[in-house]
Design a protein around this ligand. Structure first.
Ligand code: PLP
Length: 393
């Protein structure tokens, strides 16, 4: 039996005619950049997650960069985040010139520890950037009130948490600005790269919209005026002002969601209930089957509905278990093997082993197994059997 850790092909096959028709329509239309499908997907995804504005972009990494830039975060600023995440979270902070400040996660949810985040605030801190890791919601009430008390922005990295709820609603997982990824394996995955920024703030939305197309046009003009206003400097009256795309006001990016991706993602969004329920069903069957074993199954915070982008088990000898699983064709892997505070690229920040003990322990003792919604029952049964066997000698 050949099982994949994540199988996007099978997701395509489930609704192939629908996705292919949507893509073909774009191919035949000649309208490959922007257009109705992109705008409609922005509106529909924002409505699904419970935000006012959706600004699509090239990928989830860019979504974080756009969010940080729109909030005016850059050189000299600190952003508190987690080390127990995918590299892009901290990479984006560094890419805008700011410094990521890493704090440890909670041992049960694997998400940012709010107390440690608050303790890490300095006069240079501009934002807290938690990650809804594996699809589990962070303690958003605590993080929101810390941000409010200290005048900080709350930026949510929702790359792994499309469909996750906190206190019964998806919108409760959102920050002042929230960043999503539509990488193919994600809960809502396109057939290529894609991302989106969500916010309720019209000015931030406009700023992101300008940044993603070279800081141009009307949104760019408004963004530049906002920059001058924020600095208390009068807007110069001698610069060329126009609202076409050939008037550039910010150093931005070329980061657009393709019309083909938008068209496919719109169709996939209509199946999100089924996708998230499929992941949750697989997770709950694993939990039940492994409850009396030495594996620690994922904790689900009582006020969050986990969307299980990743289902990870914890075991003190995870490395040996993974070798045994791989030997019998069960795919598995650590997400992620090197915590960010120990990555070579961040060596100059001065972190050392032992600084974030929970994160470091999780990187050694957890491993993911397939949880994608289209996993067959017999595949799941085989995985459970192999997991139990791996514990025997
Ligand atoms: C937590 C997290 N943040 C950011 C990203 C970046 O998203 P993308 O790969 O779409 O750039 C990802 C996904 O890859 C992620 O898992």
């Amino acid at each position: 039996m050949k099982i994949s850790l994540m199988n996007v092909q099978r997701q395509h096959e489930m609704h192939a005619a629908e996705y292919e028709e949507a893509a073909l329509k774009i191919l035949r239309s000649g309208g490959y950049i922007g257009g109705e499908e992109v705008t409609a997907f922005e509106e529909e995804f924002a409505a699904y997650e419970g935000a006012k504005y959706g600004i699509s972009c090239g990928n989830g990494t860019d979504a974080i960069v756009l969010a940080l830039r729109a909030l005016g975060i850059g050189k000299g600023d600190e952003v508190i985040t987690v080390s127990w995440t995918f590299f892009a979270t901290a990479e984006s902070i560094a890419a805008v010139g700011a410094t990521p400040v890493f704090v440890d996660v909670l041992p049960d949810t694997y998400c940012m520890n709010p107390h440690l985040a608050e303790a890490a605030i300095t006069e240079r801190t501009k934002a807290i950037l938690p990650v809804h890791f594996y699809g589990q919601s962070c303690d958003m009430d605590s993080l929101r009130s810390i941000c409010r008390a200290h005048g900080l922005y709350l930026i949510a990295d929702c790359a792994q948490s499309a469909g996750t709820t906190y206190k019964g609603e998806r919108r409760n997982t959102l920050g002042d600005v929230s960043c999503f990824s539509f990488f193919p394996t994600k809960n809502l995955g396109g057939d290529g790269d894609g991302g989106m920024v969500l916010t309720d703030d019209e000015a931030i939305a406009g700023y992101c919209r300008a940044l993603k197309v070279h800081g141009s046009g009307r949104d760019g003009l408004l963004a530049l005026k906002r920059d001058y206003r924020m600095k208390g400097i009068p807007f110069p009256d001698n610069i060329p002002v126009g609202e076409s795309k050939y008037y550039n006001y910010l150093i931005g990016y070329n980061s657009r969601l393709d019309a083909i991706q938008a068209a496919i993602l719109r169709r996939k969004l209509t199946h999100m209930g089924e996708f998230v329920e499929g992941r949750r069903k697989n997770a709950s069957l694993y939990n039940a089957a492994l409850s009396d074993t030495a594996y620690i199954t994922p904790f689900e915070a009582p006020d969050s509905a986990h969307s299980y982008y990743i289902y990870a088990l914890k075991h003190p000898d995870a490395q040996t278990i993974m070798e045994k699983l791989q030997a019998v064709g069960v795919p598995c892997g650590t997400y992620y093997p090197v915590p960010l505070h120990l990555q070579g690229v961040f060596a100059q920040l001065g972190y050392k082993e032992g600084d974030l003990p929970i994160t470091e322990d999780l990187s050694r003792t957890t491993f993911a197994i397939p949880v994608f919604p289209e996993l067959f029952d017999e595949e799941r049964d085989y995985i459970v059997h192999a997991l139990k066997e791996a514990l025997n000698g």
